[in-house]
Design a protein around this ligand. Sequence first.
Ligand SMILES: NC(=O)c1ccc[n+]([C@@H]2O[C@H](COP(=O)([O-])OP(=O)(O)OC[C@H]3O[C@@H](n4cnc5c(N)ncnc54)[C@H](O)[C@@H]3O)[C@@H](O)[C@H]2O)c1
Length: 337
Amino acid sequence: MGNHSASMVEFGPQTHVLVTGGAGFLGSALVDLLLSRNCSVTVVDDLSNGSLRNLAVKDPRLTVRTFRIGDPTFSATVHEEVRQADAVFHLASPIGVQLAHQERFAVTRSIIESGFAVIEACRYHRRPLLFTSSSEVYGSGRDRPIIEADPVTTDLRPRWGYAAAKAAIEHLVAGLFFEFGIPTWIVRPFNMAGPRQSPATGLVLPVFVHAALKGEPLIVHDDGEQRRAFLHVADAAEGLLLVMQSRSLHGRPVNLGGSEPVQIGNLAKMVVDAAKTNAPIVMKPSNAVYGDRFAVTYDRVPDTNLLTTVTGWRAVRSTRQTILDCIEHMRIERVTA
Ligand SMILES: NC(=O)c1ccc[n+]([C@@H]2O[C@H](COP(=O)([O-])OP(=O)(O)OC[C@H]3O[C@@H](n4cnc5c(N)ncnc54)[C@H](O)[C@@H]3O)[C@@H](O)[C@H]2O)c1
């Protein structure tokens, strides 16, 4: 075990890392990367959205614990896992706009309870902590790339419970650094995509790929001109490691996202083209899908200059590559069967 008072983390054979949500999409890519650096890793995941199939469960350096963080029954277990770790990545969270909109109470509660449990253990044992927040905290979007200093904007429409909970946890994580001197990092991922992302999340790219492979309609919301920038999950995992190795990012939010803005209508065309199918593209108002209280988000594209300037990070995989990897994964895993 390494030096816990260190203000940055080195990832190598002496490092034991705790990854909450490690059986999920981003978490499992991060675990792969940590194992490739010869770290030992413990994953805690309740498998509410993750799967053991995402993990190299036979690797002796990997331990998997399946329980829900935030459940008081496991409070002592969380403390023990955090105590044993040199560094903690807290990724566990419900995800997806659809779920956030439809189950605001459960989603908000889960983020707050699991975040608080991990933060309290990190405070007590003085462990470095990286928390994945979300670009959802920026609210409905901007007509220019979003920087970290842009305001966190939410209102009481159901969708924003997820964002408000993430923002509350950001304050606790920032407080750990500024008031207790514990190294912490806050990452705000924008749209990520790639292998192991499930269409069941309702996230647009896996949903499009799933529909295209089945020859079913790709439903584009509203005018299809809303822009996003997709980041390959492997680039995202690299970004998380680089952030946690940077002292100057302590306690500050940092954007993590793609650099190729694409309109959602065009994304649908790219998916149909890459999947080589004749699946139709159908336009639908988002309110017809989600109801009148749905908060529509227009352009949401990140400015990632802070991350690049401080760490040298760059996304190296294109949007097309991300789509192709998503297609290949669904074909191999027979997600469409
Ligand atoms: N996917 C994206 O585009 C995106 C965008 C912004 C932010 N994020 C954030 O990145 C992180 C990882 O997201 P992901 O896309 O890999 O999602 P995911 O659902 O694939 O992974 C999250 C994992 O956490 C687990 N989990 C949820 N609540 C838990 C709890 N209380 N205790 C234990 N395990 C729990 C789930 O089973 C799942 O395996 C999340 O914090 C998410 O909010 C993701």
